[in-house]
Write a protein that binds this ligand. Sequence first.
Ligand SMILES: Nc1nc2c(ncn2[C@@H]2O[C@H](COP(=O)(O)OP(=O)(O)OP(=O)(O)O)[C@@H](O)[C@H]2O)c(=O)[nH]1
Ligand SMILES: [Mg+2]
Length: 243
Amino acid sequence: MSHYTVAFAGNPNTGKSTLFNLLTGLRQHTGNWAGKTVITAEGEFTHNQHVYRAVDLPGTYSLYSNSADEEAARDYIIFEQPDVTLVVLDATSLERNLNLALQVLEITGRAVICINLIDEAKKLGIDINLKAISKRLGVPVVAISARNEIGIGALLDQIERVATGAFTGKPLRITYSEDIERGIAELIPLVEQTVGSRYPARWIALRLLDGDNSLLTSLKAYMGGSKSYGRKEVAGHGVPACH
Ligand SMILES: Nc1nc2c(ncn2[C@@H]2O[C@H](COP(=O)(O)OP(=O)(O)OP(=O)(O)O)[C@@H](O)[C@H]2O)c(=O)[nH]1
Ligand SMILES: [Mg+2]
């Protein structure tokens, strides 16, 4: 029996907690990690004899350090390095939601894209070509309705493929303008020299070019050992963080 960690990322209100609760049977407790005030929820589920620790990250529109929630989600994905990052999208506003998916794929290819609220999309006559999206993004894409418990088996199968390494994707990486790509190419060796190969050098270089000081602060803290991503129990333990 293997143990894996699955982080649930996504825009606010895309049904992350609904899915999280469905899978974990509401056995989650609240936790606080990385010294943040952000409360997240953790639970557990099993599928085909594998045990998964599920981490319900705060809803965010980006991983660009615009808020404590974004920094927390970003730090979790970069420093905790979950076996699978599940990106939960709203089927009725894919264009906006895919922005976060692209950012996650710039950090890790160990991802599954979960298009939720497929029932609502159907009602609106929205037809989603899952195969085309999956081919383009280079990772598995599954359509579900968390509320109506549709597509959950297929989703768990894809999570398993990524977690066990049966699937190794080639995630879509955005190519930026020549200037930016030149800057990235110059920075990558320096980033690798400084932080090692454990962290996503291209993404870090890109954020540094964008003047993302918060990421620098987090990197310094994690690498200096003054922060760890081990979860700490907090007062109010047992109060569900999902809503
Ligand atoms: N119709 C429909 N509604 C859904 C589905 N999944 C979730 N919802 C509803 O969408 C709303 C938001 O769901 P949440 O699970 O709280 O969303 P969330 O992503 O955790 O939101 P944040 O915690 O704010 O980021 C709730 O009213 C859910 O009942 C679905 O598959 N179909
Ligand atoms: Mg939630």
